[in-house]
Ligand binder design. Structure first.
Ligand code: PMP
Length: 405
């Protein structure tokens, strides 16, 4: 325990240093210390449905019918029909054959990616023998979400990281690999940068190298595509090579995660993925809430339209300000600040102006690439966005720390 004890003493010293680059816990979100309400520009609730009457009524109905928890896993007595119904609906929303639910999006990534290379291995004691020697390798975008990186690491398979969105680099790595099973992994929308992966080009590479393509659609689900189906709908792509992951905790306003793919992959994962079979299920009320969310996504397209109008409005206003906007592709609009202490200082200055914007810093992004990550939602008003823009303009002149990059 020597290193841990030394680290804890060091951390204690560092975090009280002015301008320190070590992270501290963020303040609670919606109220400042005087209890005053803040306008949040940092929530994943893109369609602003988590507090809607339809979602709340659905969750209450779920509680009335099933209680507050299911208290079992799917492989044992927890396999309620409502889960299978929701899975069918989620699979349809991604235009894929089958889906499986997980208690969170994080677990969906960790569970699926750690299990895929072991599915066949687990079948050996019950008689499966591969016709030839086989090996697995992951090829993962350097900016992928931490849950992807954790899942890949836990799989024990070979892994290579390609430079962010650099398809030439990916092609080189794929060409050099001798693995017999290759899996390309990418975020659909990159959570800290807000840019979008070129899925059709990635799919072409997957075809050329006989690889699977795993897409994390956490931030695209409900947001991208003409009907909110996510990144596959946005690009109009479909393929049995694609495994798509989504969360229920962002645009769908609830909690949970899911993976969609062709039927055999899902069936094999159900039996071999411990993060699915050896943990308790989503609480039934959340299943009811997500069904309501899917209804809302279908019959209230104005929420998605409003979200994108807000995104365009903010971007048009940002042109006049001295910030570097990292990307303009999605409702995630990150402003590159660079220095960690400067990013925190600006977030605090916004807070004083009744605005909550997260300062994102190492280890979520590389050291020296700290940012203010603005996320729009459907409920923001023009007045609130104007207030944010005015505040950003005012605080860009603050000189106490380092200048803006
Ligand atoms: N993938 C990405 C790209 C994410 O941004 C997140 C959440 N921040 C997750 C996965 C995990 O999803 P959840 O919060 O539903 O566990």
């Amino acid at each position: 325990m020597k290193e841990l004890a030394e680290f804890l003493a060091w951390y204690d010293q560092q975090r009280s240093r002015p301008g320190s680059t070590v992270a501290t816990l963020p303040n609670p979100k919606f109220c400042d210390s005087s209890g005053e309400e803040l306008i949040s520009f940092s929530t994943n609730n893109y369609l602003a449905i988590s507090t809607s009457q339809r979602m709340k009524a659905a969750a209450i109905e779920g509680i009335e019918r099933y209680g507050v928890g299911n208290c079992e896993s799917r492989l044992l007595s927890g396999n309620l029909e409502i889960y299978a119904d929701l899975e069918r609906r989620l699979a349809r929303s991604k235009r894929q054959a089958a889906a499986m639910l997980f208690p969170t999006g994080y677990l969906a990534n960790v569970g699926t990616l750690s299990s895929l290379p072991r599915v066949a291995l687990l079948a050996r004691p019950v008689g499966f023998t591969p016709s030839s020697c086989s090996s697995y390798a992951y090829f993962s975008d350097a900016f992928n979400h931490i849950s992807i990186k954790e899942g890949i690491r836990a799989s024990g398979a070979a892994r290579a990281s390609y430079r962010h969105l650099d398809l030439n680099h990916l092609n080189t790595l794929l060409s050099r690999s001798t693995a017999t099973n290759k899996i390309i992994v990418t975020d659909g929308v990159f959570s800290q940068d807000g840019d979008i992966a070129p899925i059709p080009d990635l799919l072409q590479l997957a075809e050329r190298h006989d690889a699977y393509l795993y897409v994390d659609d956490a931030h695209g689900t409900g947001v991208l595509g003409s009907r909110g189906g996510g990144i596959l709908e946005h690009f109009g792509v479909a393929s049995d090579r694609i495994v798509c992951m989504g969360t229920l905790s962002k645009a769908y306003g609830s909690i949970g995660g899911f993976v969609t793919a062709e039927t055999h992959i899902i069936e094999a994962l159900r039996l071999t993925c411990p993060a699915y079979g050896f943990t308790s299920t989503l609480p039934p009320d959340q299943v009811f809430a997500v069904n309501a969310a899917l209804d809302i996504v279908e019959d209230e397209p104005e929420r998605r339209e409003r979200l994108w109008e807000n995104q365009r409005y903010l971007l048009s206003k940002m042109q006049e300000l001295p910030y570097r906007v990292i990307s303009c592709a999605t409702p995630i609009v990150p402003l590159l600040i660079g220095n960690e202490a400067r990013a925190d200082q600006l977030a605090t200055a916004l807070r004083v102006r009744a605005l909550h914007v997260d300062s994102i810093r190492f280890p979520a992004v590389p050291l020296g690439a700290a940012r203010l990550r603005i996320q729009l939602n459907a409920k923001h008003t023009r007045r609130q966005i104007d207030h944010l823009v005015g505040a950003l303009c005012e605080i860009s002149q603050l000189q106490e720390c380092c200048p803006l990059v």
